[in-house]
Each structure stands twice: as C-alpha cells, then as structure tokens.
Design a protein around this ligand. Structure first.
Ligand SMILES: [Zn+2]
Length: 184
C-alpha cells in the first residue's frame, strides 16, 4: 500500500516536472531506485531485520557472514557522519549519510580504509573497511566474523526483508533487489 502510494507520488512529481510546472526538481520514478543500493559485503545472510534466520529477535539490520578482513564497501554514495566504538555491541562501526533522509550503518568492522574520517565522501562500492568480529558477536571471536548492516531513514532502521532470504549468498557490489525510495 505504502509503496504503491510512493510510486504514484513519484510518478506525479515526474509528470509535473515534465510539464514544466513550477520549479519542480526532476525526480526519477520510484521504480528507478530498484537495485540502486548495493550489497556492501560478500558472504551469507545469517540474520535479517528482527529475524535470526529464523526466529524473532530485536535486530535492526542484516548480518552477512564472510571472510575475516574481506572488504566492506559503501552500499550507496554518501558522506561519513559518524565513526563509533561500542565494545559490547557494534564494535567498530561507521554511519554514512545519503540523500533524502537515508543513512547506512556498518558494524563489527576489523578496521577502516586509511581515508576514513567524518566528512569523507565515499562513492557507492568504494571500500570503507574490513569485516571483523569487534563488539558483541556470536560466537565470540573470529568464528563470529560478520558484517552487521542497517539501512536507516531519519535515523530509524528500516525493514527490507524481502531483499534477501536466510542463508542466501550475496556478492559485494551486486544490486540489492529492493526499492529504497529516494535512492536512485
Ligand atoms: Zn547484526
């Protein structure tokens, strides 16, 4: 329902822009956003939003289990807004801010690329850091190596569970099959 409405609104905005009404910024149809966001790591989906594959859990993102020190990249272009350390939770984590209220969060990182700093711009698919097991992971240690990845809008984690299934393998830089409305 909500997606249909968004698509209608986007279509209407495009129609207005095409007609030259007012000073409407040309907005691509919401459909164009499908697949614009890329998987930030290569590995296996071991958890989704509120879903421990299977079973409910209070979990705000996807977990992608992969190789220790494998590259983690920006899912979408943006500017680093926060670099954090949360020893009992996220470990080393970073937030990248995108357009239209969106941001993405990458946690349990082993470390960052050398140019990582607040305010730095990363293009989609640029490496930002390395997969690790910092913070609270299960099992603890290298066996718990995974990326915890959230997509947030206005700082609220979004639910986008139709994009992947439990234990599915995903490949870094491949499109996430989901329409994050506003990210084109
Ligand atoms: Zn997680």
């Amino acid at each position: 329902m909500r997606r249909t409405l968004l698509r209608l609104l986007a279509t209407a905005a495009l129609a207005l822009a095409t007609a030259g009404v007012g000073t409407v910024t040309v907005v691509a149809p919401a459909q164009a956003a499908y697949g614009a966001v890329k998987w930030p790591a290569t590995g296996t989906i071991t958890s989704k939003v509120d879903d421990r594959c299977p079973g409910y859990d209070n979990h705000d993102g996807y977990d992608i289990a992969g190789n220790y020190r494998s590259v983690v990249s920006a899912a979408y272009s943006g500017t680093v807004s926060y670099i954090g350390w949360d020893p009992g939770g996220y470990g080393n984590y970073v937030i990248i801010s995108h357009v239209n209220g969106w941001s993405s969060l990458y946690a349990h990182l082993d470390g960052y690329v050398s140019r990582m700093r607040v305010g730095e711009y990363f293009a989609r698919n640029d490496g930002i850091g390395y997969m690790g097991y910092t913070g609270g992971v299960s099992p603890p240690g290298i066996g718990g190596t995974h990326l915890h990845f959230e997509m947030l809008r206005y700082n609220t984690p979004q639910v986008w569970n139709s994009a992947g299934s439990c234990y599915q393998n995903v490949t870094r830089t491949n499109s996430i099959p989901f329409d994050f409305a506003g990210l084109n």
